[in-house]
Design a protein around this ligand. Structure first.
Ligand SMILES: [Zn+2]
Length: 125
């Protein structure tokens, strides 16, 4: 009779399932919630990282090459820029992980890291 062996295996299996389930739930929770990071890169180097859930406004760049980055309501947006094309301003606000605002003339890249996934149904939010 090998009841005890079978029972032990069952306990192991349940434990593994619990760990996997817990890990999956944690993973889903971590990836679904907002509150990502706004990563600011200039010329390929990270110069600033801002929490997406904290409203703030910063001026990036030097005299004559300024982008005003506004973080508000979980979104990041370049509201004012001195670049000639104004592409970064017209891009509007970004909020999902992987989204970015690029200002080519100023070599500025603003990327959302670790926020809500970009494939979320935008009609709900
Ligand atoms: Zn620009």
């Amino acid at each position: 009779m090998n009841w005890s062996k079978t029972h032990k295996n069952d306990v192991l299996l349940i434990a593994v399932l619990l760990i996997l389930g817990g890990g999956l739930a944690l993973f889903l929770y971590a990836t679904r919630q907002g509150g990502g990071t706004v990563r600011v890169q200039v010329d390929g180097a990270v110069v600033m990282e801002l929490p997406l859930d904290q409203d703030t406004q910063v001026s990036l760049g030097e005299d004559g090459h300024v982008n005003t980055l506004v973080v508000q309501d979980g979104t990041a947006q370049v509201t004012v820029a001195t670049c000639p094309d104004q592409v970064c301003v017209r891009q509007g606000a970004v909020r999902y992980a992987g989204e970015s605002i690029v200002c080519l003339p100023h070599r500025l890249v603003v990327t959302i890291e670790g926020g809500a996934p970009a494939d979320v149904d935008t009609s709900t939010g």
